[in-house]
Each structure stands twice: as C-alpha cells, then as structure tokens.
Design a protein around this ligand. Structure first.
Ligand code: FAD
Length: 491
C-alpha cells in the first residue's frame, strides 16, 4: 500500500491541531504536514458539544490564537462562535486541504533504523486502514474520550420513565420546553446548562453531590473593547491578551497562596448574588481549596439570576435511586423529572487512545515522564499538547507549537534527525501530568504521564514562566538527547 510521507503529522483537527497547522504554515513553510482527524468535521470540542448554552469559560482573548487575535466585543462566547473562529483560521491559513477527515489514528510505530514514525489510521468512511509516515508526530487529540462521556452507575436508572441524556451526546431534537429537568453535576457544564435550560423548561434543578466554586463574570470586556476602538489591532491585541493572561495567573497564584482569603471573597460574591437567607454554605462553599479543581464561571451571573427568578434551584444531596418518576435522594426527598441530564463529566484519554510503539516496544504512557510539559520520556520525535488547567488552553497550545517549530529548526540546523526526552534520574515521579483533584483526573491517574520535581520535567502551569522556558529557553538540556543517524551525539 502506498504511504504518504510528511515532515510533521498532526493528529486531531480541533482548536489545537488547526492552530498547530497554521503555526507551521506561518513559521516553517518548508515543512510538509497533514492532519489526521477521526471525525468528519474540524473544531473538536467546539463541534462535538451541542448542548444548549455551550460556551467557553475562558476569555476569547486568550482562548483564541496568538496569531489571530480575537477582536469581538464578547469575551466569553458561545461554542458556535469558537467553531466559526477555528473554521476561519483554517480557511485563512489554507489548512483545510491538509486535513484527512474520518481518519482515526489507532497506532503509531517508531523505527530508530529509519528515524520515522509509521502511523495507522482507521477510516470510518471506507473501513480501510490508511498508513502514513512522518519525521515528527504531533499529537493534538485533546484530553478526553470522544466516544463516551462519564456516567456513574445510578441505581434504578432503568426504571425511570423519562429521558436521560449526557451533554456529550445531546440529541438535537430533545424537547425540554415546559418539562421538569434535573441536571446532575456541579462542574462547568452543569453551571452552563442550568441557566440555558431554565429559559424554557418548567423548572431546572441542579443536583450536586458537593458544591463547586462559581464566579460570576461579565460576558463582555469593556476595557478590551475600548482598547480595540482606540488602538490598531496590532498594538491592542498583545496588550489585551497579556492583560487577561496575567490576571488569570495572578488570580491562580493568589488562590494557591491565600486560599482562606480567596474562599471568603468567592463566598461573599456568591452571597451578594442570591436572595437574603439563601444557604450559600451548603450549595456554594466547597470543602476543597480554590483551584484544586477548575473554577466554574457564571456568564453575566446567569446561574444566580435563574435561581433568583425561581426558574432554577440547587439541591445538594446524594442519589439513593432513580424511580419511575424521578430521583430519590438519600435525605428521602424525591425530585420529579421528565428529563435528567448527567453532567457528570468526561473520560480522560491520553494521546487520543493511540497505541504508541517505539522499536517494537509498546509505550506505557503512564510510565513516561513529561518533558517541558509536551514530550514523553523515551518517545522520539513526538510532542503532545495539553493546555493549561488554570488558564486558557490555547495559551499553552500556542507555546507548544512555537516550541516544536523551534525544535525542528534546531535539529535541521545541527543535522539531528532524532530527539528523545529522557526521564529525570531516580525512580518514576508520582505526580501526574494534570495536577487537579477533579474526579475525571483521579479516575485516570494511572494512564497519565508523570511530571518531575524540577525543570525540565516540572509543569509550572504558569504562562509568563513558560514563555521564558519555551520561547527563549535552551533547546538542549539534560532532559533530551539528540541523534544524527542512530548514534547518540549529545546527552
Ligand atoms: C464543554 C467543554 C468546555 C471547555 N471550555 C474550555 C474553556 O473555556 N477554556 C479552556 O481553556 N478549555 C476549555 N475546554 C477544554 C477544551 O477541550 C480546549 O479548550 C480545546 O478545545 C482543546 O482543543 P484540542 O484541539 O486540543 O482538543 P479537542 O477540542 O478535544 O480536539 C481534539 C481533536 O482530535 C481528534 N482526535 C482525538 N483522537 C484522535 C485520534 N486517535 N485520531 C484522529 N483524531 C483524533 C478529535 O476528534 C478532535 O477533533 C473545554 C472542554 C469542554 C469539553
């Protein structure tokens, strides 16, 4: 079978994969590349998720690419606007013709002898397996399983007479107007969905086992709007982006250093949004520290407005069992429902479920150590993008793409063909790559790469620091080896 060969093979045509391709076209136009995408459309998350109200939590000034500034007046925007933004970028940088849709990568084999990857993709249109070869494999598959969201086992769910839906697979024709809806969950998805459904449903109940931190933020950024009015985009865009990046970094750092104070500020802000006497402590005061899990955002305080209006309410309790008519809680209360939405999360899936094989040895991703937060120890000519968990994903994704291009340029200029990260000295570190205490991270902890205690194996989740490390830092250090042919030349 004829194999197409490219310099860089990107897996995934979501926000990151499309961005990586645009970066390549801009900064390494001589490199050939392809994107293999499992689905029939680009956009990833922003095409897959279609539940009512789907939107970003992050501001678009930092969730947008650095090379294509977001200049809209709205800062927190709907999924369809993000999808359109990704499409526009792909069109503008002539990326679309490099995408092979319906190609799900299942296996990638590295050969040190030929210094290249052979990549196998299952075609969902023809059922065939397509093969490709490349010098560098760039995995931009996001972080979760597209086939199935996470739903815990609920007692008695089979006898429930209503409809149960997961936000990852929202039925386009679901009619919830005038219905009683229960949304199970307290994460970003539940916080987005509840006010969006509350407009039409008879009533929406957010049923949570434990509360999350919810911060009300305006959907529009007046200051950014003014800067864009006053200054040329070239000047205003970096100012606005840095302002948002620094603000998020400061909020995160302050939360980690003064958790007690931040807890109090968050709680007071919630209290001001709700009617007097509302039980804030039960429903909005988590027992974890701010940023142990991602902060949920209520755009324009929509969740609180729905609660004030009486169209939505929050119940904090545990599910005893589903019944024919709804859900019985451990407290004995019964919530009657026509529709139950299980906003219970995602299943993490490192490297898009691809089996990586290096010189006939399968790679156990959970036993690798991340190098500079993007490459894996023992895996040559490979990078994977996992965005920030405490700031916009794309701030990191842009840095990773810039770094990969610098790395490829460095290798070309020195005549290197292979780069292989090495783990830090000593036993395998215990800290996972995604250092959040959320359920979806804990469920998959064994499959995630590890991170070390110090650079270049430590993830700092700190944008300004990563700018210095990844845009300016040395390419050669103790964490990576370079090889000209198959012989090791630096350590
Ligand atoms: C509901 C929701 C809201 C979010 N909101 C925010 C937010 O506000 N801010 C933020 O920073 N982050 C947010 N995130 C995280 C979000 O995933 C990132 O913002 C961003 O979309 C990631 O882009 P990506 O391209 O890396 O991954 P994805 O968007 O997940 O795209 C990955 C692509 O890779 C493809 N793929 C996967 N495996 C394979 C394979 N084996 N072969 C071929 N193709 C494959 C997928 O089909 C998909 O098209 C949110 C996530 C969700 C689920």
């Amino acid at each position: 079978m004829a194999r197409e060969h490219v310099d860089v093979l990107i897996i995934g045509a979501g926000l990151t994969g499309v961005g990586a391709a645009c970066h390549l076209r801009e900064d390494a136009p001589d490199k050939t590349f392809l994107i293999l995408e499992a689905r029939g459309a680009l956009g990833g998350t922003w095409d897959l998720f279609r539940y009512p109200g789907i939107r970003s939590d992050s501001d678009m000034f930092t969730l947008g690419y650095d090379f294509r500034p977001w200049t809209g007046a709205q800062s927190i925007v709907d999924g369809s606007s993000i999808r359109e933004y990704i499409h526009d970028a792909a069109r503008e940088y002539d990326v679309e013709r490099h995408i092979r849709f319906q190609h799900k990568v299942i296996r990638a084999e590295w050969s040190s002898e030929s210094a290249q990857w052979t990549v196998f993709a299952q075609r969902s249109d023809t059922g065939e397996t397509a093969e490709f070869t490349c010098g560098f494999l760039f995995c931009n598959t996001g972080y979760y399983n597209y086939d199935e969201g996470y739903t815990p086992k609920f007692e008695g769910v089979e006898r429930f007479g209503g409809t149960v839906v997961h936000p990852q697979h929202w039925p386009r024709d679901l009619d919830y107007a005038g219905k009683r809806v229960v949304v199970i969950g307290s994460g970003a998805t539940a916080v987005t969905l509840v006010p969006a459904l509350a407009g039409q449903a008879a009533h929406v109940t957010m049923l949570q086992r434990s509360p999350s931190y919810v911060l009300a933020l305006p959907g529009a950024d007046a200051l950014a709007g003014r800067l864009y009015d006053l200054l040329p985009v070239k000047v205003a865009a970096p100012v606005v982006r840095w302002q948002h990046a620094l603000l998020t970094t400061l909020l995160y750092q302050f939360s980690r250093r003064r958790p007690g104070l931040v807890k109090k500020i968050l709680r007071d802000r919630v209290r001001r949004q709700l009617p007097p006497g509302y039980d804030v402590d039960t429903h909005f005061a988590p027992d974890y520290e701010p940023w142990d899990q991602r902060l949920c955002i209520a755009r324009d305080a929509d969740l609180f407005r729905a609660i004030r209006a009486g169209t939505a309410s929050v119940v904090t309790d545990r599910i005893a069992t589903f019944t024919e008519r709804g859900i019985r809680l451990e407290s004995g209360q019964e919530l009657e429902a026509d529709v139950v939405v299980t906003a219970t999360g995602l299943n993490l899936l490192p490297v898009g479920g691809t089996t990586l094989v290096v010189d006939s040895e399968p790679v156990e991703v959970g036993k690798t150590v991340a190098y500079k937060g993007m490459m894996l120890s023992g895996v040559p000519n490979f990078a994977t993008t996992i965005g920030y968990t405490n700031a916009s994903w794309t701030l990191k994704a842009d840095l990773v793409a810039h770094y990969v291009i610098r790395l490829l340029g460095h290798m070309d200029s020195r005549g290197y063909r292979v780069c292989t990260p090495v783990p830090p000295p000593g036993p395998l570190p215990g800290t996972p790559f995604i250092d959040l205490k959320s359920g979806y991270v804990r469920r998959s902890i064994d499959n995630l790469p590890r991170q070390g205690d110090s650079a270049p194996w430590r993830l700092h989740q700190n944008y300004p620091r990563d700018v210095l490390l990844l845009r300016r830092g040395a390419i050669e250090d103790e964490g990576i080896t370079f090889t000209r042919a198959t012989k090791n030349v630096t350590a």
